[in-house]
Write a protein that binds this ligand. Structure first.
Ligand code: AMP
Length: 294
């Protein structure tokens, strides 16, 4: 006999109707609902968000949806890793109650024509080289939040700009949900876990493992009072010798509104992070590291 009670078995909803039936029953019995949106190919980073949502609420929903509108035509939408059976197993073990796996026509039925644009915070960093990305993300997350209607939704600090975009959208549109950020989960050598790490060859994986060391030592120097422009120059040189194919960006920005810090020592009153997007082989990897404050 299964050690799991029927109530701890993971449910699967593929339509808004099925999702609402489950979530409405929980809400009307006074239970809070935590939500984690994902694109699947789940790893421990995703599962840490599920566990955090489970700690913060009575019931946990995770969505798996590879959102076509956040990929540009030349990006990896069709090759993005998909493995629903494995993902469902992992969600069950992490204590998730319901997986929401809508087909594209549930999310974008014929005639769909609305989009959400979050202005300043979507600009720069990933918004520079992926101009449609945050519009696609904000629109799909807005839809998912309206469909699930959670009490709290958890997003990873791995995608720090995305977290700020979602927080801004929720504040600006008075959406009744609390947005919580969760720390980055890393591999043993510090590489930020990502579904795209699966694309890396052995040599590329070794290079990828150096990115976090470069940005964390940049953050250390900044916290010791080094000049930002010197730290950025040295960081770029270190990336070049690490074998990175191309640096999309390497920047120091405030954590609150992403104001760039270009030179001079960091103002200890303003929390800041080092942000990186780098292409290793053909794979675009992102990471960020907080500057410790005295
Ligand atoms: P994705 O499936 O890549 O869209 O990511 C879904 C959620 O998982 C987002 O909130 C990401 O920020 C988060 N996430 C992805 N990788 C990590 C990681 N290594 N640590 C923490 N959160 C992560």
């Amino acid at each position: 006999m299964s050690p799991l009670s029927a109530d701890s078995q993971l449910g699967v909803a593929r339509t808004v109707k099925a999702l609402r039936a489950r979530v409405d029953a929980w809400r009307s019995s006074g239970q809070s609902v935590g939500f984690v949106p994902t694109m699947g190919a789940l790893h421990d980073g995703h599962l840490s968000l599920v566990r955090m949502a489970a700690r913060l609420s009575d019931r946990t929903v995770a969505s798996i949806f590879v959102n076509p509108t956040q990929f540009a035509p030349h990006e990896d939408f069709s090759s993005y890793p998909r493995n629903e059976a494995q993902d469902l197993e992992k969600l069950q073990i992490a204590g998730c109650h319901l997986a929401y796996t809508p087909p594209p026509e549930q999310m974008y039925p014929p005639g769909f024509q609305t989009s959400i644009k979050v202005e300043a915070v979507s600009q720069g960093l990933c918004g520079e080289s992926r101009p449609h990305f945050f519009g696609g993300v904000a629109t799909v997350v807005c839809k998912l939040l309206n469909q699930v209607r959670p009490t709290v939704a958890v997003f990873g600090e791995k995608d720090f700009q995305q977290l700020l975009v979602i927080k801004r959208m929720v504040r600006d549109l008075d959406m009744p949900v609390e947005i919580v950020g969760a720390p980055i989960v890393r591999e043993a050598d510090g590489l930020a876990m990502s579904s795209r790490n699966a694309y890396l060859s052995t040599d590329e994986r070794a290079t990828a493992g150096k990115l976090n060391k470069i940005i964390s030592s940049m953050a250390d120097r900044l916290s010791e009072g080094a000049d930002a422009s010197d730290v950025l120059n040295d960081g770029r040189m270190a990336l070049e010798s690490a074998g990175v194919s191309r640096v999309d960006y390497l920047e120091i920005r405030s954590e609150t509104d992403l104001t760039p810090v270009l030179y001079g020592p960091i103002d200890p009153a303003i929390p800041a992070r080092v942000f990186i997007a780098a292409i290793v082989g053909k794979t675009r990897l992102i990471d960020n590291w907080p500057v410790r404050r005295a």
